[in-house]
Design a protein around this ligand. Sequence first.
Ligand SMILES: Cc1cc2nc3c(=O)[nH]c(=O)nc-3n(C[C@H](O)[C@H](O)[C@H](O)COP(=O)(O)O)c2cc1C
Length: 190
Amino acid sequence: MARKKIAVIVGSLRKGSYNRAMAQALMKLAPASLDCELVEIGGLPLYDQDLDENPPPAWTAFRERIRASDGVLFVTPEYNRSVPGALKNAIDVGSRPYGKSAWAGKPGAVMSVSPGAIGGFGANHHLRQSLVFLDVPAMPQPEAYVGSASDLFDEAGNLVSESTREFAAKFMRAFAAWVETNARTGAVRA
Ligand SMILES: Cc1cc2nc3c(=O)[nH]c(=O)nc-3n(C[C@H](O)[C@H](O)[C@H](O)COP(=O)(O)O)c2cc1C
């Protein structure tokens, strides 16, 4: 069976980001059927509809990488009970030009990570709201709101909590199955 290419998008731009550390852990724990790659969003100019005619090269490169993927994995913090602006910008950039969204039909999954107790629930679900509109079937289970992030990683960013590692591995196994079930081969939808 061909490996599925997964674009991994981290909602934090911070160097010491817990979400980036979690994304690295998820990529390592992923089943062999997934070929995961980080797709950076920090260099994307802010979306501006006036630039649609002549888009910045960074937008075009980002859209091409999403189009070339078989699935998308979002690992994001919560900012003010919602999605960080950098991630929302990436979502908007990928969704245009109108009728040519790069996201359409890509199976997705969302994990939110926070030092707080609620584990980024608000961001997780605000993101899911956009994914419904973008025709990204988002894996419903297991839900992944990871709290107390400051207790889970060592200084080098390794995921050292055994129970969280087990959960992360289970999440990636479920995602691999989700991608297989929901892949729309050759589908490019408006
Ligand atoms: C602008 C801003 C807003 C934040 N709002 C929330 C919030 O609503 N909920 C929450 O759990 N944490 C909130 N935090 C704290 C983040 O969860 C924390 O900074 C976390 O480490 C960010 O993720 P990262 O480590 O991947 O960068 C906020 C942080 C910032 C900078």
